[in-house]
Write a protein that binds this ligand. Structure first.
Ligand SMILES: [Zn+2]
Ligand SMILES: [Zn+2]
Length: 348
């Protein structure tokens, strides 16, 4: 089959590789749609990822499709089932898994290779993070389960309370999913009263509004974000700040935008070995909670598919279009130039 292989920094090639064969406990799906993701773009630009993959490797991690082959010992699934698979599964055995802190699993197994006609799903993912797609839900919508699961994990860890005023930094697919999840009040007792979004693209900020943002700002037009946030919050600062850009300077700004008692969710992973400076007085006397949140867990994978299927939020706005796999190179350039949000790649 012809599949995308990442060789290094901005070196992604479509190559002929052997068709995958399912081993013990594994399945193979025919990919129906594989959505592109900001993480793919980041990995493509940096040429690797600390936890997820090492080049050369099959590439892409969000996909939904149809089961075409079952390995020995697989039970409960049939050829022809429409499924979505998370890109990872926790080991279930380590110190953290035993404490149900699955996103901290020290042996988290990652699966890559969705930009291909066929995708093998390893046994731990088949066992824990493979879900049937509800009838009527398209492959491209179901494929967004993985990133949305990360976002729902992020929302759940943000200590949101009814009436909160949330500042969201970043208008990538992840930032926009946060808007959708927060505005719909999914898994919250009530949605926040305000969701202020700061981003870099007028078109994306328009989508943010359609998803429920109450105020949007272009970051290049904001000279003092903490001051702007205070203007919206009787001079206190945001109850919750969610940072979804992955830039250390943005992390520092995020901390400066929180009110006393705020939770600052530092969600965007920054480049390796970067550091930030935190004002100790502000951290201590303002009782700030600085929270890092990484990846997802099997519970949030299930919630994410349920949320997509509920139709509570117009998540289809995040998919800028479909493209055949042969155009993957062009699609990555368009992602780099921020012309598209997510693109559903379909095998040629
Ligand atoms: Zn992703
Ligand atoms: Zn583990």
């Amino acid at each position: 089959m012809l599949a995308a292989v990442l060789y290094g920094q901005e070196d992604l090639r479509l190559e002929t590789v052997p068709d995958p064969e399912p081993g013990m406990g594994e399945i193979v799906i025919a990919v129906g749609a594989a959505t592109t993701c900001g993480t793919d773009l980041k990995v493509w630009r940096r040429g690797g990822h600390a936890r997820m993959l090492k080049p050369p490797t099959l590439f892409g991690h969000e996909a939904a499709g149809t089961i075409v082959a079952l390995g020995e010992g697989v039970q409960g699934w049939n050829i022809g089932d429409r499924v979505v698979a998370n890109n990872s599964a926790p080991c279930g055995q380590c110190f953290f898994c035993k404490r149900q802190e699955y996103s901290l699993c020290q042996d988290l197994l990652f699966n890559n290779g969705t930009f291909a006609p066929l995708l093998k799903i390893p046994a731990p993912i088949v066992e824990q993070n493979l879900l049937p797609i509800p009838e009527g839900l398209s492959f491209e919508m179901a494929a967004m389960t993985e990133p949305l699961a990360c976002v729902l994990h992020g929302v759940a860890r943000s200590n949101t309370k009814p009436g909160d005023r949330v500042l969201l930094m970043g208008d990538g697919a992840i930032g926009l999913m946060f808007v959708a999840a927060l505005a719909s009040g999914f898994s919250l007792s009530a949605p926040p009263s305000e969701i202020i979004v700061v981003g870099g693209s007028p078109a994306r900020l328009e989508v943010a509004k359609q998803l429920g943002a109450t105020h949007t700002y272009l970051h290049r037009e904001v000279t003092d974000l903490p001051a702007l946030t205070r203007k919206h919050t009787e001079n206190w600062g945001a109850d919750i700040v969610i940072e979804a850009t992955g830039l250390p300077t943005a992390w520092e700004t995020a901390i400066a935008c929180g009110r006393p008692g705020a939770t600052i969710n530092l969600f965007g992973g920054c480049p390796k070995n970067t550091t930030i400076t935190v004002n100790t007085e502000q951290l201590h006397y303002n009782e700030l909670t600085l929270k890092g949140v990484f990846h997802n867990t099997p519970t949030f994978v299930r919630s994410a598919l349920a949320f997509i299927n509920s139709g509570q939020a117009p998540l289809e706005l995040l998919i800028s279009g479909q493209a055949p796999l042969s155009e993957l190179g062009r699609v990555f350039e368009e992602m780099r130039d921020r012309k598209v949000i997510k693109v559903a790649m379909v095998p040629d």
